[in-house]
Design a protein around this ligand. Structure first.
Ligand SMILES: Nc1ncnc2c1ncn2[C@@H]1O[C@H](COP(=O)(O)OP(=O)(O)OP(=O)(O)O)[C@@H](O)[C@H]1O
Length: 151
């Protein structure tokens, strides 16, 4: 059984989490794709190119990247995706995620089973986690207008 974390350990891990959130914010902001552009028109990152912070003021490009591991999302989320077998993004994910992660509204359409769910869930999770301990708690809304709800 896992030993419960001490108060000190909990504080340390929350501090690390907040540092990561700050880093992801800087990364997301500094490499925003131009509004209205289609990330699918950009080439994927070369296979072995560095991901994340490259030097003090430079981060890797995430628009056009083809792998979840190249996105500015937390290590926990990347681990979860990898453990679930998600490695390469589908086209709708590649097109939507770079804009959605930097806070833009997206209107996307893609056929059934093309991976739309992860395209809208991944951008919501970091916001929910960042606000988990803040005032007002956390929330996210997903409005589904499909035949199950119209019943
Ligand atoms: N990048 C990916 N790599 C591999 N499998 C994926 C990926 N993204 C989603 N999937 C899988 O593809 C299947 C369909 O995904 P999902 O349900 O998100 O599609 P959808 O476009 O939202 O479908 P619907 O139109 O029915 O709502 C699921 O089994 C999901 O786990």
């Amino acid at each position: 059984m896992k030993k419960p974390k001490s108060k000190q350990q909990k504080l340390q891990s929350r501090t690390t989490e907040l540092e990561e959130i700050q880093l992801l914010k800087e990364w997301t902001e500094s490499c925003k794709p131009d509004p209205g552009t289609n990330p699918l028109s950009l080439p994927p990152l070369p296979a072995k190119s560095p991901v994340g912070r490259i030097d003090d003021n430079t981060f890797s490009r995430y628009a056009g990247c083809a792998k979840f591991q190249q996105l500015p999302i937390s290590k926990n989320l990347k681990d979860g995706l990898r453990q679930s077998g998600f490695k390469n993004m589908t086209s709708i994910q590649r097109a939507a995620l770079p804009h959605a992660l930097c806070g833009r509204d997206i209107l996307g359409a893609a056929k059934t089973g093309s991976g739309k769910s992860l395209a809208f869930i991944i951008p919501v999770l970091p916001k929910v986690i960042a606000k988990a301990d803040g005032p007002g708690g956390w929330s996210g809304s997903i409005i589904c207008l499909d035949k199950r709800i119209r019943l």
